[in-house]
Ligand binder design. Structure first.
Ligand SMILES: Cc1cc2nc3c(=O)[nH]c(=O)nc-3n(C[C@H](O)[C@H](O)[C@H](O)COP(=O)(O)OP(=O)(O)OC[C@H]3O[C@@H](n4cnc5c(N)ncnc54)[C@H](O)[C@@H]3O)c2cc1C
Length: 323
């Protein structure tokens, strides 16, 4: 079961719709992690944030996920989030936790590999980052934005409760270590928030955390801002360590924040300067055009050369990580 307040935090949206119904570790290990005191079971929403400090103990040697093989997971619940995005809650067997390391994602494929293929007949596979914490028992939650011309996102949105999706992982993106940096900037747009949220949610829940996080999050309109409630709740709970700047391209009449793209001036104003060296890290995740403008193009799964605004501002390749 999802914690009641998580469900509550989504009922706002759910009421408006007819509801119901994302360097791979070694195979042999299959994630022999013990997550001790990493946070209580719960996800997003106020219940989770308020109860993390109860520090439930998860003693579980293996993740139900497999980094080498796709495994089917049953869709338990679909909760519409906004006009193009829904929350998909998958069941983890035997009430296990995912134990995904932070920061990591999963890759998704259709359970029947032939159900969704590309022009060459190969199964279409895309990465998704769970928004549920690694120690949430029994459930794994994906927030998926639907692209009208998209392959996988449309497929996931076509699933019904009881259907399965094949997931493989974790795909380790960046091994986050508590207090490695004094300041972390999280810069992104749209559904790029999910990896950034995974990092900040995990980091702030650690009582020893001293790192300060600044989120610069841009969207087309205010209605497109994903995870806003959860982000605002984190900011409220950790006011000294978390700042958020929301930007929208098309501001409504009541919008008081900045509008337009994330510019050099906005980064200079909010992000720790490059001269702090290895004490500052900038995580970037957004649509390919935004990533290219901010930090240079990714090169497939490789980071690609640093470019864009961050390079102009003097940040080095090592200071920037593109999801
Ligand atoms: C590390 C990582 C984690 C991710 N986590 C999530 C997540 O948690 N939730 C989520 O919804 N998505 C996430 N994504 C994006 C996801 O992997 C897919 O790219 C997205 O769902 C579109 O796939 P598609 O097959 O539907 O579209 P495609 O068939 O690949 O593309 C169709 C159209 O959509 C455009 N498009 C593709 N991807 C994007 C994008 N990201 N932003 C803007 N336009 C795009 C293309 O330009 C094209 O016009 C993540 C991506 C990465 C790299």
């Amino acid at each position: 079961m999802l914690p009641s307040a998580f469900v509550r935090s989504f009922t706002r949206c759910a009421r408006r719709y007819t509801t119901e119904a994302a360097s791979t570790p070694k195979k042999s290990s299959n994630l022999p992690f013990y997550l001790l005191g990493a946070g209580a079971a719960g996800i997003g929403g106020y219940w989770y944030l308020e109860n993390r400090s109860t520090h439930a103990e998860v003693k579980q040697e293996k993740s139900p996920l497999d980094p080498e093989n796709f495994k089917d997971f049953k869709l338990k619940r679909i909760i519409p989030y906004n006009h193009n995005t829904s929350t998909f809650v998958f069941e983890l067997p035997e009430n296990q936790a995912s134990l995904l390391p932070v920061a990591s994602c999963l890759v998704a494929r259709s359970s029947d590999p032939e159900a969704l293929t590309d022009a060459k007949g190969k199964p279409i596979i895309r990465p998704y980052t769970p928004i549920s914490p690694p120690d949430l028992k029994g459930e794994l939650v994906l927030l998926v934005k639907r692209y009208e011309n998209g392959n996988k996102s449309k497929y996931i949105h076509s699933l019904k409760v009881g259907d399965t999706l094949a997931l493989k992982g974790p795909i380790l993106k960046f091994p986050y270590k508590a207090n490695e940096f004094n300041e972390v900037a999280l810069i992104g747009g749209g559904s790029g928030i999910t990896p950034l949220y995974q990092v900040v949610d995990h980091a702030l829940a650690d009582k020893s955390n001293t790192t300060k996080f600044k989120l610069l999050f841009s969207n087309v309109t205010e209605n497109d801002i994903l995870m806003r409630e959860e982000l605002d709740a984190l900011k409220k709970k950790y006011p000294n360590n978390f700042e958020i700047v929301y930007l929208v391209d098309k501001p409504g009449p009541n919008w008081t924040g900045p509008s337009g793209y994330i510019t050099s001036d906005i980064i200079k104003k909010h992000v720790a300067p490059a001269y702090l060296g290895n004490k500052v890290k900038v995580f970037v995740c957004g649509p390919p055009g935004q990533v290219a403008a901010l930090a240079g193009k990714k090169n497939g799964k490789e980071q690609g050369e640093l470019g864009g605004i961050l390079k102009e501002l003097g940040y080095s390749q090592d200071q920037v990580f593109k999801f």
